[in-house]
Ligand binder design. Structure first.
Ligand code: 4AD
Ligand code: MG
Length: 432
């Protein structure tokens, strides 16, 4: 085939011309002298019309036999068509079948989630998954762009760690030559060290938690983006989180309209993500929940998922809840002077999606931090390097962690975080 190779996302540049497309058969229907092929090439989906009179009899017959996910190369003219989803269709002039497939396991009929997850390596090819994971890509690009524009330096934290960041109950232990190591729960402690060297940093990578909960919000391996700033207070942390989420929602709207359409996402929900976000304290949240007939919340406890849902449904944008009791939060959070609360924030997403972000100003006083490490019975020796950050030029600082899959699920409007990552890992599934 001699026509230039094009991709479906750039068909507009070839209107009226003949191109070569390379892809897979997503769907086919036939009517008399016509075959209608939905071709997907990774960059998009397009309808290709094969008319018996304009191709060889052999090719027409071969196309008639093609099953879903057959791989093929087509040559045809790009024709503008206002009714077509991408605005173009292809009038096929010829082509070549690379592999004829019969019996692709995922058909347009309904399949259960367990079956689909067992076929994840093939499920990725479906239109909804394609749309969703392209939104994930746009979220990642938006986040990196946001931090880059603001002078943050990407400084990644290690995956193998000798100690816990977020409590010892969800640690994954792995053999490390003659010793034990843990897969990181959060890059924060190292990001704090990086912030003292580079000022404003972020780390972005996989994090691991042996979560025994089988909920739609929990993965055992998920990606977290964690900015950390030297010379920052809780207010700076709140402002950064707010700006970041507004920027990310805007970028996804601008760059992934087609994909949001495939997912039938209500765009007005994303357009509503504007500054300012409501900010309430734990005490204020407790007062709201006390008045709510369905809440079982007890003052002093951490907010549970049902509590977060009740609170989030009162707002059309993310809600920032600050100043939780120190007793329910991590050892490194800075105490509000003369109070049992800490300078922390949980950002709860709208529409009942749950916690998207956890962050805080960090304890920068050596003695107070040491006291908290002892209180939590953490192995003091393992934290000596972390305590050094309070021995050598300690400054107020803070940051947060954004859960990528929860953010993607929220923006894309899908229920379950397991679809928001290419190959999900949960308590019950490590394959494929
Ligand atoms: O609230 P978390 O535990 O905060 C931290 O780990 C801090 N050290 C971050 C920091 O300040 N640098 O986790 C942060 C976010 C949560 O808000 C949630 O979005 C996500 O990570 N997350 C999970 N996402 C999917 N599956 C899980 N099991 C998750 N656990 C936390
Ligand atoms: Mg949290």
């Amino acid at each position: 085939m001699s026509a230039p190779v094009a991709t479906i996302d750039h068909l507009g540049e070839h209107a009226g011309k003949t191109v070569t497309l390379r892809g897979w058969l997503h769907h086919k229907s036939s009517k008399g002298k016509l075959h209608f092929l939905q071709l997907r090439d990774g960059s998009g989906f397009v309808q290709c019309v094969v008319f018996q009179m304009t191709v060889t009899p052999e090719f027409f017959e071969a196309v008639g036999k093609l099953g879903q996910e057959s791989s093929l190369i087509l040559e045809g003219e790009v024709v503008a068509d206002a009714r077509a989803p991408g605005g173009y269709e292809i009038q096929v002039k010829g082509g070549q079948v690379l592999q004829q497939v019969d019996g692709f396991p995922i058909t347009p009929k309904e399949h259960g989630p367990d079956f689909l997850l067992s076929q994840r390596h093939l499920w990725l090819r479906s239109k909804r998954q394609w749309a969703l994971l392209r939104i994930r890509d746009a979220v990642i690009t938006a986040l990196r762009g946001f931090f880059d524009q603001r002078g943050f330096v990407c400084m990644d934290s290690p995956m193998f760690t000798p100690s816990a960041c977020e409590g010892t109950s969800t640690l994954f232990e792995v053999g490390y030559f003659e010793r034990k190591a843990y897969l990181t729960q959060s890059g924060q402690l190292y990001a704090e060290a990086s912030a003292m060297a580079f000022g404003k940093v972020y780390c972005f990578g996989p994090t691991f938690r042996a979560e025994k909960s089988k909920t739609r919000r929990h993965l055992t391996e998920f990606w977290m983006l964690e900015p950390e700033m030297a010379f920052a207070t809780l207010d700076d942390v709140l402002e950064l989180a707010e700006d970041m989420l507004v920027h990310t929602a805007r970028e996804v709207l601008a760059r992934r309209k087609v994909e949001l359409g495939i997912l039938e996402r209500d765009l007005s929900k994303l357009e509503a993500i504007q500054k300012p976000f409501a900010r309430i304290t734990y005490d204020q949240a407790a007062a709201i929940l006390k008045e709510h007939p369905e809440s079982t919340f007890k003052y002093g406890d951490d907010l549970g998922a049902p509590d977060e849902t009740i609170l989030s449904l009162l707002h059309d944008r993310p809600l920032m809840i600050t100043h939780y009791p120190a007793a329910v939060k991590a050892f490194y959070m800075k105490r509000e002077p003369g109070s049992d609360k800490v300078k922390c924030v949980d950002v709860i997403g709208p529409e009942g999606v749950g916690e998207l972000i956890g962050g805080s100003q960090r304890e920068d006083d050596l003695e107070l931090l040491l006291h908290r490490i002892r209180e939590e019975k953490l192995p003091e020796e393992a934290y000596q390097w972390y305590l050094d950050l309070r021995r050598f030029g300690s400054v107020p600082h803070g940051g947060f962690g954004l859960g990528l899959e929860r953010t993607v699920a929220w923006l894309a409007g899908v229920e379950h975080v397991r679809e928001a990552i290419p190959f999900p890992r949960t308590m019950y599934r490590m394959e494929p």
